[in-house]
Design a protein around this ligand. Structure first.
Ligand code: PMP
Ligand code: GLU
Length: 416
């Protein structure tokens, strides 16, 4: 067909015509965190002075020795397909890391390397769930969990942890959500978005529940190194062999090594699950990016001096952001124990107005704050918690001070 010959109106219509999409796809919404981040970045590109507390992405660069490893891999021609589940030497390095840092014994055959921890979670739910299987999702939850469960035909069952409990989900709250369709529970400690870190004892209680009700635990440990004060990360799989056998450990390079764009995540799981995920992956993405795998190998087996200073810096920012929020009348937050997010309670502002427009929920607060004061936060509704907005403190101290100053000025201008 000669497109040039088409009358321009017909051409436009043809371009706008919609194709039928699957019910499965229609049920999925886009990632709110990524959407807000893209919007803030776009506004900045246009020259607007936006302070972004949006997507959780370390503002540090990938350490130089890791970048060098990628350049070396490229120069040495490591540019071909790798085995579907990842490079053998990387899987071995992951096993060594799991033993060293988490006290977990796995063989390389139990490791599947994927295109980011998000992809690892995707594979895990595809491997686990049949149509209608329920997955307990502790809330406030990371935005992608319910969608990832739905994409695999599952049903997310949200159980909200309460702010007055520090966002810790109690065993009785978990147990009350168990039905005969419950297949799995997601555990994300340290938590995005609420910063809770489960203690060994609390994990033991969750482990017991999982055994009692025959649940699989999907344990997302991507923020494991980002813990503050007396908090300690414990991998639930390390508590006993019985628990390890029913756990899929999820981890990745994005947060600890400032490698968000490299897209490397991994799972450690029972062998049959690893095999199922590998088969799935072999047809969907063939293998993870080869260069990024060599970078990950260097990250896991090389020095990690950057980690200590990065955690110290996050901790400094955490303390400052908590202090500034709690010093603002109408706003409050509890101090997170881990990761790099804080949930700011905005419910005292509901019903108040800015330039005549009311704040009625987390979405309206977010929109008005962005338009009025050029500060990007993520509405709590994306995490199933509409009384809050999430701020990521993976941004400079200067931005934290500037952003909170703007937020405070915004709140003070609200009228009844
Ligand atoms: N889990 C949690 C809780 C996260 O916050 C993120 C951040 N994107 C991920 C998984 C996925 O990380 P990635 O895909 O970048 O490895
Ligand atoms: N996990 C980060 C966040 O919650 C990155 C964005 C995303 O993958 O959703 O902001």
């Amino acid at each position: 067909m000669n497109l040039q010959a088409l009358p321009i109106e017909n051409f436009r219509k043809a371009m706008q015509r919609e194709m039928r999409i699957s019910n499965r796809c229609q049920a999925v919404t886009g990632s709110l965190t990524l959407e807000i981040d893209a919007k803030a970045k776009e506004m900045k590109k246009k020259g607007l002075d936006v302070v972004g507390f949006g997507a959780g992405e370390p503002d540090f660069d990938t350490p130089p020795h890791i970048r060098q490893a990628a350049k070396d891999a490229l120069d040495q021609g490591m540019t071909r397909y790798t085995p579907a589940s990842g490079l053998p030497e990387l899987k071995k390095a992951i096993c060594e890391k799991l033993l060293r840092d988490n006290g977990l014994a796995y063989t390389p055959q139990q490791i599947v390397v994927s295109n980011g921890a998000k992809h690892s979670l995707y594979n895990a739910f595809q491997a686990l769930l049949n149509e209608g299987d329920e997955v307990i999702v502790p809330g406030p939850y990371w935005v992608s969990y319910p969608e990832l469960v739905r994409m695999a035909g599952g049903v997310p069952v949200i159980v909200q942890a309460r702010e007055e409990n520090g966002f810790k989900l109690l065993p009785c709250e978990i147990e009350s959500a168990v039905t005969e369709r419950t297949r799995a529970i997601i555990l994300n400690s340290p938590n995005n978005p609420n910063g809770y870190v489960y203690s060994r004892k609390e994990l033991e209680d969750i482990g017991k529940l999982a055994i009692k009700h025959d649940l699989t635990i999907v344990s997302d440990e991507i923020y494991e190194y980002l813990v503050y004060d007396e908090a300690e990360h414990v991998s639930i799989a390390s508590l006993s062999q019985e628990i390890q056998e029913r756990t899929i450990v999820i981890n990745g390079m994005s947060k600890a090594y400032a490698m968000t764009g490299w897209r490397i995540g991994y799972t450690a799981s029972p062998l049959n699950v690893a095999k199922a995920m590998t088969n799935f992956q072999s047809h969907s993405t063939s293998c993870p990016n080869s260069i990024a795998q060599f970078a990950a190998l260097c990250a896991l087996s090389g020095p990690d001096d950057h980690l200590k200073s990065m955690v110290q810096e996050f901790d400094r920012r955490r303390k400052r952001i908590v202090e500034l929020i709690n010093a603002t009348p109408g706003l409050s937050c509890i101090a997170p124990k881990g990761a790099f997010y804080v949930m700011m309670n905005i419910s005292a502002l509901f019903g108040k107005r800015i330039s005549g427009t009311p704040i009625v929920d987390s979405m309206s607060f977010t929109q008005l704050l962005l338009e009025d004061s050029q500060v990007a936060v993520v509405p709590g509704i994306g995490f199933g918690a509409d009384s809050f907005v999430r701020l990521s403190y993976a941004t400079s101290m200067e931005n934290i001070e500037k952003g909170l100053e703007r937020i405070s000025a915004f709140v003070q201008r609200l009228t009844d």
